[in-house]
Design a protein around this ligand. Sequence first.
Ligand code: HEC
Length: 255
Amino acid sequence: MLLYITFGLVVLVAILVLVTAFYVLQVLKTLLEKNKTEEQRLADQSAPSWFAQQWMKWNALKPIADEETILLDHDYDGIQELDNHLPPWWKGLFYVTIVYAVVYIMIFHVFESSPLQEEEYDIEMAEAAAERAKKVQDVVYDFDENTVTVNDAPEALAEGMKFYTTNCAVCHKADGGGLAGPNLTDEYWRNGGGIKNVYKVIKNGVQGSAMIPWESRFNPEQMRSLASYVLSLQGSNPPGALGPDGEIYKEEEEQ
Ligand code: HEC
């Protein structure tokens, strides 16, 4: 993006410089003109300018005086036709397209040294797939909701707390006492307690409730930190917490 803007600005400045240079040249020319004698001025007028010469040459225009020679001999209500040649600039372009076509066929269809659009697409898709495979491979989690364990390392709990404060506190209250979502600090659980159940609820959400799945937002390690943090709130008994909701959950049942 930045590259295009820079490029655009450079082109703009170049155009401005050209315009200014052209203007200065014109001014210089008129100044010089004033110093010329009458004779020189007449001489200048009779000789066509360089531009006019080029114009005639590239358009192969017949001077009006010679038009008689290329006049076709039909005449419709006074409308006549000149048998002009194709202008050389047009023919030049035509030859260039022929050369271009030959080069194109050689490169893309004879020597096949460059990929065609469709191949280019396939190549890019393959590259992207390889890159993705590499990324996915880099992070392999050796646990899921059936094997996850509490991670009570201080860094994990601190990370869990950070995610909890920004994402969960709106519904479960900063201290876990519960608001729109249930109290997370007592031993009553609607969906079962313990790391595996809590992890599962965070990952998949609870269908039909405000508790959405967070799987797309957090990776497994982060969800593990969240679940571990939630469980670290057990028994903290914050003031104003919501009352019991669901069943008492005993860790032993988990086995
Ligand atoms: C929009 C409000 C909302 C947000 C945000 C929210 N939750 Fe919930 N959560 C709920 C509700 C409502 C329930 C109860 C679902 C049910 O069982 O019907 C719930 C249930 C839970 C449960 C299970 C509680 C139990 O008693 O079984 C856990 C654990 C939980 N949430 C953790 C989290 C975590 C961690 C986050 C942040 C990543 C979070 N929630 C974000 C509303 C929310």
